[in-house]
Design a protein around this ligand. Structure first.
Ligand code: ZN
Length: 228
């Protein structure tokens, strides 16, 4: 009898030991995993980033019209404004020229950029109420977003706000260009960014002040679904 009781006790002790051991392992595992998960997430992000840095968009669009609006290509010469660095296209970055002088439309900005290819500011397209000028190939870096991410991956487009122009027409022409570019580069509506998104600058001023960004995106969607 005594012998049997003793064996039972011993058996129970062994069981407790096993349970304790399992509990210990269970306590350790969660401490190990979040860290390794975070690390692998970091690694994935880093490799995704370097993959993007290595990837480039091979060819640029050179439209001669978008949904009936004429587009004139007047590329500026290589210089600080156009370093000719090839890159991946990920965003379309909206701006306004903030130049209210009468007659200062897309053509004037094209001339300005051509004469100032050593300027530190540059962008890809200027849009007014009746035409669009294309200054730099879309798959090249320009300096418009005030931020590395925006400049490296964004196509900068400027909407004219000259006092004698029709801003609503420029707004509509801008939506036509953006619809064309989203389709060409196989991007979705979330690729539309503002200068404000990158640096907090009040640009595009009219659109932000009058809360018209959703209207702009809806207009882009309209042109995307109602083809030329
Ligand atoms: Zn801007």
């Amino acid at each position: 009898m005594v012998f049997i009781v003793k064996t039972k006790k011993k058996h129970l002790k062994k069981r407790y030991k096993i349970i304790l051991f399992l509990l210990l392992i269970l306590a350790i595992i969660p401490q190990l995993f979040p860290e390794s998960k975070t690390q692998s997430e970091v690694n994935a992000k880093t490799s995704e980033k370097s993959k993007n840095e290595l990837k480039i968009t091979e060819t640029s669009a050179f439209p001669d019209n978008v949904y009936g609006v004429p587009v004139y290509t007047e590329l500026i010469d290589e210089g600080i404004a156009r370093p000719t660095t090839k890159r991946l296209v990920k965003y379309i970055v909206l701006h306004e020229t903030d130049n209210f002088i009468n007659g200062v439309g897309a053509k004037n900005h094209a001339t300005y950029l051509k004469n100032n290819n050593e300027s530190s500011t540059s962008w890809h397209y200027t849009i007014d109420d009746h035409e669009i000028y294309h200054h730099i190939p879309d798959n090249e870096i320009a300096h418009h977003a005030g931020d590395k991410e925006g400049n490296t991956y964004g196509i900068g487009i400027e909407l004219c706000v000259n006092k004698d122009g029709n801003f609503n027409k420029a707004f509509d022409n801008g939506a036509k260009l953006v619809a064309y570019l989203l389709e060409f580069y196989d991007l979705d509506i979330t690729a539309i960014k503002t200068h404000h998104d990158f640096t907090g600058k009040d640009c595009p001023n009219n659109i932000l002040k009058n809360k018209r960004l959703d209207e702009f995106k809806n207009t882009v969607n309209y042109y995307l679904t109602n083809k030329r």
